[in-house]
Design a protein around this ligand. Structure first.
Ligand code: GRF
Length: 202
């Protein structure tokens, strides 16, 4: 089965790029059917253009009002025939309509070993600051299924990264990001191969 992936991204889109690379080199039997970004100047949109992939800028600005953005995201994903929704550095909370329509089929990647160092506010550099402040010996990357709580649904895969002497949040972030680029595509390959059955119960 060729998996139809819808991506939501707010910033650089390097996780999305890693998935596109695996599709283009033939090692992931999938296609990116839509890229949605709430940020019109995101690297994700630049990458979409570079690869000739369909994209939409949908945000609180293009869709003001309580549920308008949720409805627009939902409708765009459905219209694109999305099998699985991949959050790749998406800074908005997923709305109820989208969550219910794709329940168990929305994945997120988090730059720490959940359940520690997750939740509201744990984005960007903050999880790495939190890991160092806790004195943890290791950090890592987590791919999980999205539910209504931040960084909360069932974990599908983790990959650890040792914390090194002299690490700063930025050096740790870089090493974790390199692992993120590996495991997101691995999880999607497992979905293609039927090793992970979607929807996952949340
Ligand atoms: C990644 O660290 C991801 O785990 C987090 O946001 C960052 C996004 O990076 N959710 P990129 O946009 O994929 O480069």
């Amino acid at each position: 089965m060729s998996l139809r992936i819808g991506v939501l991204a707010s910033h650089g889109g390097s996780n999305m790029q890693a998935i596109i690379d695996r599709i283009e080199d033939g090692s992931l039997d999938a296609s990116v059917v839509l890229i949605i970004s709430n940020n019109s100047r995101s690297g994700a949109i630049e990458r979409a253009k570079r690869h000739g992939l369909p994209w939409k800028h949908l945000s609180g600005r293009t869709h003001p009002g309580t549920d308008a953005l949720d409805v627009a995201v939902h409708d765009a994903l459905v219209e694109a025939g999305t099998d699985v929704v991949v959050l790749a550095g998406y800074m908005k909370k997923i709305g109820t309509q989208t969550l219910e329509a794709f329940r168990g089929r929305i994945l997120n990647i988090h730059p720490a070993l959940l359940p520690k160092h997750g939740g509201k506010g744990m984005y960007g550099i903050h999880p790495h600051e939190s890991v160092l402040a806790a004195g943890d010996a290791e950090s890592g990357a987590t791919v999980h299924v999205v539910d209504e709580h931040y960084d909360h649904g069932p974990v599908l895969r983790q990959r650890t990264v040792p914390v090194l002497d002299g690490d700063t949040p930025e050096t740790l972030q870089q090493r974790v990001l390199a692992e993120e680029h590996v495991i997101y595509a691995e999880v999607l390959a497992d979905v293609v191969d039927g090793k992970i059955a979607l929807p996952v119960e949340t």
